[in-house]
Design a protein around this ligand. Structure first.
Ligand SMILES: Nc1ncnc2c1ncn2[C@@H]1O[C@H](COP(=O)(O)OP(=O)(O)O)[C@@H](O)[C@H]1O
Length: 400
C-alpha cells in the first residue's frame, strides 16, 4: 500500500486555463447542438485569423486578403461583435463579457450561411482560453467531417483549414501608424461634419495619445502575440513583415498564401512537410551560397581552383564551343585532378556561375592487367572515367 502522504501537486495556472477552456467550450458546444442540431453545425471551410500589432495594417489589408481567397463575407471584427445588441444587453445587466460569451457569440456568427465559404476574423484569439477553444473547435470540425463522410451531408463538412496570419511591425512603427490613423480620422470627421456628407469614423482614444498607443502595443506583444504564436505548430501560420510599404506587404501576403492555396492539406500533414524547403526558397539563397563557396575555394584552395580553371579552359571549352548550337556537350576524362572530389565540386560551381548546368558521373572500368597462370585468376586494374555533362541554352537556328 502506498504510504506516501505527499500533498496533491498544485495545479499550474496554465492547466487551470486549459480546464477552464474545456468547461467553457463544452458549455458553448452543448448549447449549439441543442439550438441548431449537429447536422447544422456548418462552420466556414476556411478561417483566416488575422492578428497583428495595432497599426500593422489589418484593416488596410482585409479586403485584399478576402479578394485573394474568394471570401465574400465581411470580416468579423470581434471587438465590434461585442458591441452587438446581445452583448450590450449582457453588459447592461452588469455581466462581464468574458471568454465564454466571446466564444459563444463568435461561434454563432461563424454559423451564419454567408460565412460558409470562408471567414476572416480580426481580433481573435486574444487569450489563452480562446486559443484552447479554437483548437477544440478545429477538432470538433474534423470529427463532424468524419461522422458525415458517407452521408448526403458530406459536402457541408469539408476538411477545415485554419490560417493564422500575423502582421508584424515594431513598437515605433506601430505608434507612428496609430497616431497617423488618428489624424486621418480627425480630418475625415471634420470634413463629414462640415459638409454633412459621408459617415463618421470611429475616434479611438489610443490613436491620439502616444502613451496610450504604446500601451496598446505592449498589450499586443505580451498577450495577443503569444496567444497567436502558440498556434504556430497546429495551424497554417503566416508571419508577415508589415513594416514595409503597402505593395510589399501585399506581395508578402500573396507569397505566404500561394503555396497552400493549391494544397488543402490537413495542417498536421502540412506541418510534417513544411520542414522540407520549398524550391523557391532554395533558389533564393542559391546564388549567395554559390558566390560564398567560389570565394572560399579561391582563398582556401587556390592551386586546386587554378588547376580546375585551366582544365576547363584548355580541355573543355574548345569542345563546348563546338556544341554551341545544341547546347549540350558530354566530355569524358581520366585526368587525375578529379580524384580529389573537391575538384568536381569546384567544376560544377564554376560552370553554374558561368550560366551552364554541369553534372558529373564517375564510371569505373575494370581493365584486365595480369593473368596468374597458377590460379587462373585475372587481376584487373581500375580505370576511373569522369563523365562531365555540360548543358546550356543553345543557339536557336531559324529555318525557312
Ligand atoms: N504598409 C504600410 N505602410 C504605411 N502605412 C500603413 C501601411 N499599412 C497600413 N498603414 C497605415 O497605418 C494606419 C493603421 O492601419 P490599420 O489598417 O488601421 O491598422 P490595424 O487595423 O492593424 O490597427 C493607417 O493610417 C494606414 O493607412
Amino acid at each position: 500500500m502506498p504510504t506516501s502522504e505527499t500533498a496533491p501537486k498544485p495545479t499550474a495556472p496554465a492547466d487551470l486555463e486549459i480546464k477552464d477552456a474545456q468547461l467553457i467550450f463544452n458549455h458553448v458546444w452543448k448549447q449549439l447542438v441543442a439550438d441548431y442540431g449537429r447536422e447544422k453545425l456548418r462552420f466556414p471551410k476556411e478561417l483566416i485569423l488575422l492578428g497583428g500589432a495595432p497599426g500593422a495594417g489589418k484593416g488596410t489589408n482585409t479586403d485584399f486578403i478576402r479578394q485573394l481567397r474568394g471570401i465574400t463575407a465581411e470580416p468579423i471584427v470581434v471587438s465590434a461583435l461585442l458591441d452587438s445588441p446581445e452583448a450590450q444587453k449582457l453588459k447592461s445587466q452588469g455581466g462581464m463579457v468574458g471568454d465564454r460569451e466571446v466564444v459563444g457569440i463568435l461561434f454563432r456568427k461563424l454559423l451564419e450561411p454567408e460565412q460558409q465559404n470562408g471567414a476572416i476574423l480580426d481580433g481573435f484569439p486574444r487569450t489563452k482560453v480562446q486559443v484552447e477553444c479554437l483548437k477544440m473547435l478545429f477538432d470538433k470540425m474534423v470529427q463532424l467531417r468524419r461522422d458525415f463522410l458517407d452521408t448526403p451531408d458530406a459536402a457541408n463538412f469539408k476538411q477545415p483549414i485554419f490560417h493564422i496570419m500575423v502582421l508584424f511591425v515594431d513598437e515605433a512603427e506601430s505608434i507612428a501608424r496609430q497616431l497617423k490613423r488618428g489624424s486621418e480620422v480627425l480630418a475625415h470627421n471634420e470634413e463629414v461634419r462640415r459638409s454633412g456628407l459621408g459617415e463618421l469614423w470611429e475616434e479611438r482614444a489610443t490613436d491620439f495619445n502616444p502613451a496610450l498607443a504604446r500601451n496598446r502595443y505592449k498589450v499586443f506583444k505580451e498577450k495577443t502575440y503569444d496567444a497567436l504564436v502558440s498556434l504556430k505548430e497546429i495551424f497554417h501560420y503566416h508571419f508577415i513583415n508589415a513594416q514595409v510599404p503597402l505593395e510589399m506587404v501585399q506581395e508578402n501576403i500573396v507569397k505566404e498564401l500561394e503555396y497552400q492555396s493549391s494544397l488543402e492539406l490537413d495542417p498536421r500533414t502540412f506541418d510534417l512537410l513544411r520542414k522540407l524547403p520549398l524550391a523557391s526558397e532554395i533558389i533564393r539563397h542559391a546564388r549567395q551560397d554559390l558566390v560564398r563557396r567560389l570565394d572560399s575555394y579561391k582563398f582556401e584552395k587556390p592551386e586546386l581552383m587554378q588547376a580546375v580553371v585551366t582544365f576547363i579552359e584548355e580541355k573543355m571549352m574548345p569542345i563546348i564551343v563546338r556544341h554551341a548550337i545544341s547546347g549540350r556537350a558530354d566530355i569524358n576524362t581520366e585526368d587525375k585532378l578529379f580524384h580529389d572530389p573537391e575538384a568536381l565540386a569546384i567544376l560544377i560551381d564554376i560552370f553554374s556561375e558561368r550560366g551552364f548546368h554541369a553534372k558529373t558521373d564517375l564510371h569505373v572500368i575494370e581493365i584486365p592487367d595480369r593473368f596468374d597462370l597458377q590460379t587462373g585468376k585475372i587481376e584487373c586494374r581500375k580505370k576511373k572515367v569522369f563523365r562531365l555533362g555540360i548543358q546550356f541554352k543553345g543557339s536557336e537556328i531559324r529555318r525557312g
